[in-house]
Design a protein around this ligand. Structure first.
Ligand code: A3P
Length: 332
């Protein structure tokens, strides 16, 4: 298997050299692979190795997101909702109080680092999965996932969370500047804005990522639960109940009466999670390039872009979004 992996990496490594390139948000440039902008490692290792080795089970459930769209929040909500029979949500020993949302279940894309020396620090060296259903998260565009995951016959279910692109861009710009090596000048908002508008963003273009899952959700309504960050913020009670039903774990009347839905919402709230010691101090090794400490919680608000964008920036980004989503039925 090791030799197979090395051959795959060598083959795709050569391919990556021939792919269109654009400057990245951190140190590395991004390459355009099958229409999407990926880090070179993701293009020559991640996507191919995922196809080669990952075999989904029909019971698997995937949380799919574009970066900075609410992954951390949904990870916590998904874990708490799916595991409430195992762990009492109101317990002061609850796992999420000492284990960050990013360690609750595996990040599929970290599989690309299986061959790195830091693999042992990532979720799991080999994605064999015993529990059922097993939860995974991914930023991979729908079109780049293995067929064992997306085929209509696979049975796998997805929760997809999207967020207003203006807030995604601001959140990503601030996050990436925190990740950038200190010897590099910070990326200006204008530079980040231009890259984002051109679609040059990890796993982007943003709009193609969203549309891939949106269209699939219309085609396979029982397989893809499509949710907006803003709607969840506005009415978490209603959306968490729908979410639990989709996951096959609806809240019983008894649970509702006991206030379990509200308990989960409170447990996973920005206010609660962002103040936990584990989320303030834990260093998260996604790869040798991406080591994150205390950066998944910032403001957690809707509309923070207003504090950064000029009217013209907002107008232009809205126009791109309208054009891209035109006729899809999707609006922000
Ligand atoms: P802001 O930078 O706008 O504050 P991701 O988890 O996909 O990386 O997204 C990060 C964004 O989600 C950040 O947005 C972060 O503050 C916000 N966030 C993290 N946890 C949250 C929670 N429990 N509730 C709401 N938003 C949350």
């Amino acid at each position: 298997e090791k030799q197979d992996n090395e051959e795959t990496i060598a083959k795709y490594g050569e391919l990556v050299l021939s792919l269109p390139k654009e400057r990245g948000w951190m140190t590395q440039h991004l390459v355009q692979y099958q229409g999407f902008w990926l880090s070179p490692a993701c293009a020559f290792k991640g996507a191919p190795l995922l196809h080669q080795h990952f075999h989904a089970r029909p019971s698997d459930i995937f949380l799919a997101t574009f970066q900075k769209s609410g992954t951390t929040w949904l990870r916590a909500l998904m874990f708490a909702t799916m595991n409430r029979a195992l762990h009492d949500v109101s317990s002061d020993q609850y796992p999420l109080l000492t284990t960050g949302p990013h360690d609750c279940f595996p990040f599929l894309d970290a599989y690309i680092h299986q061959t790195d020396s830091i693999s042992h620090l990532n979720s799991r060296p080999i994605l064999s999965h015993d529990a059922s259903p097993e939860l995974f998260s991914t930023h991979m565009p729908y079109a780049l996932l293995p067929k064992s995951v997306t085929a209509s016959s696979s049975g796998c279910r997805f929760v997809y969370v999207c967020r207003n692109p203006k807030d995604v861009l601001v959140s990503k710009w601030i996050f990436m500047n925190k990740m950038r090596p200190k010897q590099l000048a910070p990326l200006s908002l204008q530079e980040a804005y231009d890259l984002f508008c051109q679609g040059v963003s990890h796993y982007g273009p943003f709009w193609d990522h969203v549309l891939g899952y949106w269209k699939a959700s219309l085609e396979f309504r029982d397989k893809i639960f499509f949710l907006k960050y803003e709607d969840l913020k506005k009415d978490p009670f209603v959306h968490l109940k729908r979410f639990a039903e989709f996951l096959g774990q609806p809240f019983s009347l008894e649970e509702e009466r006991k206030g379990v839905v509200q308990e989960i919402i409170k447990l996973c709230s920005f206010e609660n999670l962002s103040h936990l010691e584990v989320n303030k101090t834990k260093v998260q090794w996604f790869s040798s390039q991406l080591v994150v400490k205390n950066s998944f919680f910032r403001k957690g608000q809707v509309g923070d872009w207003k504090n950064y964008f000029t009217d013209e920036m907002a107008r232009r980004l809205d126009q791109i979004t309208d054009d891209k989503f035109n006729a899809s039925g999707l609006t922000f």
